[in-house]
Design a protein around this ligand. Sequence first.
Ligand code: GLP
Length: 241
Amino acid sequence: MRIHQYDNAQQVGQAAAILIGAQLLTKPDAVLGLATGSTPIPTYQELIRLYQAGVLDFSKVTTFNLDEYCQLPPQHPCSYRHFMRQELFSQLNLPAENQHIPDGNAADLSAECAAYDQAILSAGGIDLQLLGIGRNGHIGFNEPSDQFVYGCHVVHLTQSTIEDNRRFFKREEDMPRLAVSLGVGSIMNAKSVLLLATGKDKAEAVRKAILEDIDPSTQASILRTHPNVIFLLDKAAASLL
Ligand code: GLP
């Protein structure tokens, strides 16, 4: 496990983009695991800049997003599909057929989850998984629990996640209570993992993930057992280490 600390969120984004860029230069057809939330936005901006500058090429890249809300139309401004289109995909030469996001509106969600895990396997597995972290230590939407769930699954969001993410919705009752998320097993199967955390709101989750017992009550704590994980933190997120 490596931990790199930076002065600000911008630098965290640049460091993450350097690592993702290095992955694409060594393996142009890399499979990337992508995350949503405000944390990866500086990373995505830097990747767009490197693409526009002619440094990076996404034409052979495949991506799998971590999660998606259920019962939210894909064109809804708060859906993760919309977020990814807006913040990244529309500005890169990443083929639409290579962009994967779980379908939170599938009629049979368990079949959708099984198919999503299978699609990752068929693509050869994730080379580099980008992660944020929830204030409650979640990764993807793997919420605090008494167990780690291996595969893609349907999640009942916790009250703390609903409170954190409701800022994006007009009314709290519009915020979905259910989501589909990659499991911790699929995340751990990635060849390398990059966890980004910025801001003082994440300091306690980062402290628990790095310094306390490996325990499903802080899902990110399992990342410490990954052979190739890097934590990129700004000063505020690292302030309790
Ligand atoms: C959501 C996502 C997570 C993300 C978390 C943190 O709950 N499902 O993948 O890490 O938010 O979001 P933010 O980066 O906005 O703090």
